[in-house]
Ligand binder design. Sequence first.
Ligand code: NDP
Length: 288
Amino acid sequence: MAELMDGKLVSALVLDKLQARTELLKAQGVAPHLAVVLVGEDEASAIYVRNKQRACDRIGMDSTVIRMPGDTTQQILEDQVRELNADPSVHGILVQFPLPAPLQEGPILALIDPTKDVDGFHPANVGRLMNGLPAPVSCTPKGCMALLDHYNIPVSGKEAVVVGRSNTVGKPMAVLLMQANATVTICHSRTQNLADHCRRADILVAAIGKARFITVDMIKPGATVIDVGINRVDGKVVGDVDFAAAQSVAGAITPVPGGVGRMTVAMLLSNTLDAAERWIASSLCSSQ
Ligand code: NDP
């Protein structure tokens, strides 16, 4: 039976450490502060934002949620982002996606001050990640790497297969695995013989958005399986992996819920604290 990679447990440990860092910053007179912009009434987005707010409360981090109506114009949303960019009390900015149509996400991502981009989606930060430079890293892949690390899963020299090539999950996940010296294959909807690729994986990451798409026959015995997917089936949340069957073959596996999702939130707070710490360091430098 596979070892359960428990995101609930690991994220709680991460949050404990973040709480200590938050207290330290507050003792230096800086209250780390995450601002989240939520546009429209998307139910799933509202739940994600609430979870982020709860996690902030849990570690004593300030959080502000700016709720904007679904008919907000691009101009008004961009003005809101500019206001947050200019607000010295805000260290991290997150605009919750997806945005309602016809709002465009690309210009919003590019507008967020890269030093406050706690999602790691700003083109400058993506470029830094690609170049191996320090940068805020996309929270979900960063959380997956933290799980691998916590469970001492060797990555260097291993075959890693990432199914999904989105800018937010698949691509940065592949880059992080490559930087950790895995040999990485990226699969997507045009990949031929997908199951063959998956079966080669020592580490298989599923970021597809299709319920139970990865079946047990696609998993190499003993492989580590990281399920990023969040799908709603008959009112239940399930991942991209057929968890019940995969458990009997995998060496380690993340559950859904209680796996990667929890880690994503913890990494968001970690990126916000990093931003607040960088802000202190740069203000000290400029005051000298
Ligand atoms: P996207 O829809 O942006 O990307 C999905 C990827 O899966 C695409 O690259 C697509 O390929 C690929 N894909 C789709 N169908 C197939 C197929 N039949 N065979 C192979 N590949 C396929 O999704 P995201 O990356 O944003 O999210 C993926 C999942 O992860 C979703 O369920 C989402 O809800 C969840 N998620 C969970 C998070 C968490 O914290 N746990 C955070 C973020 C996302 P192509 O590029 O060719 O279209």
